[in-house]
Write a protein that binds this ligand. Structure first.
Ligand code: 6PG
Length: 204
């Protein structure tokens, strides 16, 4: 499975940590990472370690983090190599968890950025001007995410109601609303949303 960062997944990961799942059979990857070290407060890996991985008996060899501390292009190449070694072909995740940003971004596929147009790579370094502490992010690409058996968005709160309506019911414009580019070939796309986030949707 591939995890997302941001705030929304933390509660889900903390809940999962209380479950007696077959952790040795689960391999953890990430859909994106900020270009910071694993101990940085902005690290997506760091958040998952605090909320889940540090609380369960999962072998270290099952945790495949993006090395955000590397030079961004090198970090992207490194992760593409990690996935090539693990999957021995194009990565096919059983499950990819995604979030939805207020601007319609998901993973680190931000509006109008170069990563939206990546077709041959599985992971790229994406420059997102104005982001701190680093304008660089590492992200899975659309082709890597859309090859997954199942993709699930986790969206929470009234502050996401407008963008969720735009992404789900609005005109298709992936450059403006990258989350609209998530369309797994398997057709298995699930929106896990709370009532506040869903409050403006026609379909409920
Ligand atoms: C990240 C994420 C990003 C996130 C959205 C939603 O690294 O920030 O992977 O895509 O999922 O920004 O973030 P929140 O859950 O904090 O609203």
């Amino acid at each position: 499975m591939a995890l997302s960062g941001g705030k929304t997944p933390r509660a889900m990961l903390e809940t999962l940590a209380k479950r007696a799942l077959a952790w040795p059979q689960i391999h953890f990857f990430w859909s994106d990472e900020r270009c910071v070290g694993p101990d940085d407060p902005d690290s997506n890996y760091g958040m998952a370690r605090a909320a889940l991985l540090g609380r369960i008996a999962v072998p270290a060899s099952n945790v495949h983090r993006m090395n955000g501390e590397l030079d961004p292009p090198a970090g992207a190449r490194d992760y593409s190599d990690q996935m090539r070694v693990f999957f021995t072909a194009w990565p096919i995740f059983d499950l990819v968890y995604l979030g939805l940003g207020p601007d319609g971004h998901t993973a680190s596929l931000f509006p109008g950025t170069a990563a939206l147009r990546a077709t041959d790579e599985t992971c790229v370094a994406n420059r997102v001007d104005g982001h701190v502490p680093s304008p660089w992010r590492l992200t899975l690409t659309f082709p890597a995410i859309n090859a997954a058996r199942r993709v699930a968005f986790l969206v929470e709160g009234a502050q996401k109601a407008d963008i969720l309506k735009q992404v789900v019911e609005g005109t298709q414009d992936v450059e403006r609303y990258p989350a609209q580019g998530i369309a797994p070939g398997s057709g298995d796309l699930t929106w896990l949303v709370d009532a506040a986030a869903a409050s403006r949707l026609e379909v409920r």
